[in-house]
Design a protein around this ligand. Structure first.
Ligand code: ADP
Ligand code: ZN
Ligand code: MG
Length: 485
């Protein structure tokens, strides 16, 4: 019997729950600031501290942001909703309940398409709802040696959306790809800064395994505390292995919440999930129910920018770019805008794409910079490419100029002039240099005449070297060929 169990192949089943803090200036039910990183408890008031008699007033912008996110994720929008109290006790929850859309979530039945090794996979969104964030506990020192914590309520009442996927995610890698795509889409909509390191994007992963091909769901565990894309993938990978080990031993996975430990690379049990929590939810009597009529929804829909998938399609159709280029260039709205802007002054999509993908992105990566901090303006990249076309500089020199532009943000013309990089395209001058090279390299010249075509490349290289790369390569090839006949 045990032997049989050991030969069973398992497949993972994963569903994600993602919390995203909205970029509103003020909290969801009061006027307190949402700015990250302020002194603890300096951004609170009776409403977000849950003091008796305080009256919450719903932030319209938070509602519109949740609606915008729902639309961007292809969800249906609810037409009537309440804001409900979810009651539980925890030290970071000042009111003893969290206000959330428990009964009527803002969005349902959405989806996100991701690209897994060139194949499109659809991850369905079960729902997206609006709620308030909790405060934050700050554990002081070693929890056993000094068993107390401090609490910061600045975060209490910051508007959040929670996005819940269907258990459609098939691997740890897919989970990371989904999360990255989700973040890209949300960044396009402008509703959040989605900074995982500051907690404005947080992901919990529900993980279970089952015999391959089966359609039943087995016990799942919920992973918390994964603070980067990498740790989401690593945490899930670890958990799949752990559960596989348990099942292969013929045992059952305990349903529980588990904590990902980044340093150790393992998950450990936090709390059991046996006892289903009873949140005793009911609509908050102090917050009026909300109706979202279709004209309001349409107004919000019209505020949506062109989203990554649409942009990718447009780049492929309008500019005949390969899939890969279109995907890279649309990986952020700012990068896509940079590309579009450059084309206005230099309408050669593939050339521009190559320069952005191989040069610009490499420099940004090396300097750990975002495109928003880039000193090169699209207009300047276009000018550089025009200089190549005009024959003022060679493609090789252009790369040197590009590096200078990246460091200083100067116009390419200025750099070319300042550094004396103008291409040598004067026949007389080139002929003189070529003669010198021929004289200095009798060996390779003999080789070439004796039929070794390769030797020509060497001689061209010598000419380029003598001119510090400034010779026009086509002319060098042509003149050298003539001289050697
Ligand atoms: P819970 O009641 O434990 O909160 P839900 O049904 O609300 O569970 O689902 C929460 C998340 O867990 C969703 O993203 C869902 O897709 C995912 N999920 C549900 N069942 C499973 C399972 N057996 N394995 C993996 N993920 C699951
Ligand atoms: Zn407040
Ligand atoms: Mg749930």
């Amino acid at each position: 019997m045990v032997k049989e169990v050991k030969t069973v192949k398992f497949e993972p089943v994963i569903g994600l729950e993602i919390h995203v803090e909205l970029l509103t200036k003020t909290k969801i039910f009061c006027g307190c600031s949402t700015t990250f990183g302020a002194e603890p408890n300096t951004q609170t008031c009776p409403v977000c501290l849950g003091l008796p008699g305080a009256r919450p007033i719903l932030n319209k912008r938070a509602v519109e942001f949740a609606m915008r996110a729902s639309l961007a994720l292809n969800c249906d929008i609810v037409d009537y909703t309440t804001f409900d109290r979810k009651n539980y006790f925890y030290a970071d929850l000042p009111k003893g309940y969290q206000i959330s859309q428990y009964f009527f979530p803002m969005g349902t039945n959405g989806y996100v398409d991701i690209n897994v090794n060139g194949e499109s996979r659809r991850i369905r969104i079960h729902q997206l709802h609006l709620e308030e964030d909790t405060g934050k506990l700050l554990h002081v020192g070693d929890i056993l040696a000094s068993p107390y914590s401090r609490v910061d309520f600045n975060r209490a009442g910051v508007p959040l959306i929670e996005i819940v996927t269907e258990p459609d995610v098939g691997s740890a890698e897919e989970a990371r790809l989904f999360l990255q795509k989700l973040r890209t889409i949300l960044l396009y909509t402008g509703i959040s800064d989605c900074k995982m390191e500051e907690g404005s994007l947080r992901c919990d992963a529900n993980v279970s395994i089952r015999p391959r091909g089966s359609d039943t769901f087995m016990n799942k565990t919920e992973l918390k505390n994964m603070n980067s894309f990498r740790s989401v993938q690593r945490g899930i990978e670890f958990e799949i292995k752990r559960q596989t080990g348990i099942c292969k031993d013929g045992k059952e996975v305990v349903p529980e919440t588990r904590h990902w430990n980044e340093d150790k690379g393992t998950t450990t049990a936090m709390r059991s999930k046996f006892a289903a929590s009873d949140y005793r939810c009911f609509p908050d009597p102090n917050v009026i129910p909300l109706e979202t009529d279709s004209s309001w929804i349409e107004e919000v829909r019209n505020q949506l920018p062109e989203l990554p998938d649409e942009k990718q399609e447009r780049f492929k159709e309008e500019y005949q770019l390969p899939d890969y280029d279109a995907e890279v260039l649309t990986s952020s709205r700012e990068l896509a805008d940079f590309f579009d802007e450059t084309l206005k002054d230099y309408n050669e999509p593939k050339t521009v794409s190559n320069w952005i993908m191989s040069e610009l992105l490499a420099y940004l990566k090396a300097e750990k910079m975002e495109i928003t901090g880039c000193k090169i303006a699209p207009r300047q990249l276009a000018q550089l490419l025009q200089l190549i076309d005009k024959g003022t500089i060679s493609g090789k020199i252009a790369k040197t100029v590009f590096e200078e532009m990246f460091q200083r943000g100067e116009d390419p013309e200025t750099i070319v002039e300042e550094k004396g990089l103008v291409q040598i395209a004067d026949e007389g001058e080139l002929e003189r240099i070529i003669e010198e090279v021929i004289e200095a390299n009798p060996g390779p010249v003999e080789d070439f005449k004796g039929g070794k075509k390769k030797a020509l490349g060497f001689l061209v290289g010598q000419v380029m070297k003598a001119t510090k790369g400034k010779a026009n390569p086509q002319m060098v090839n042509k003149l050298l060929g003539e001289k050697l006949k």
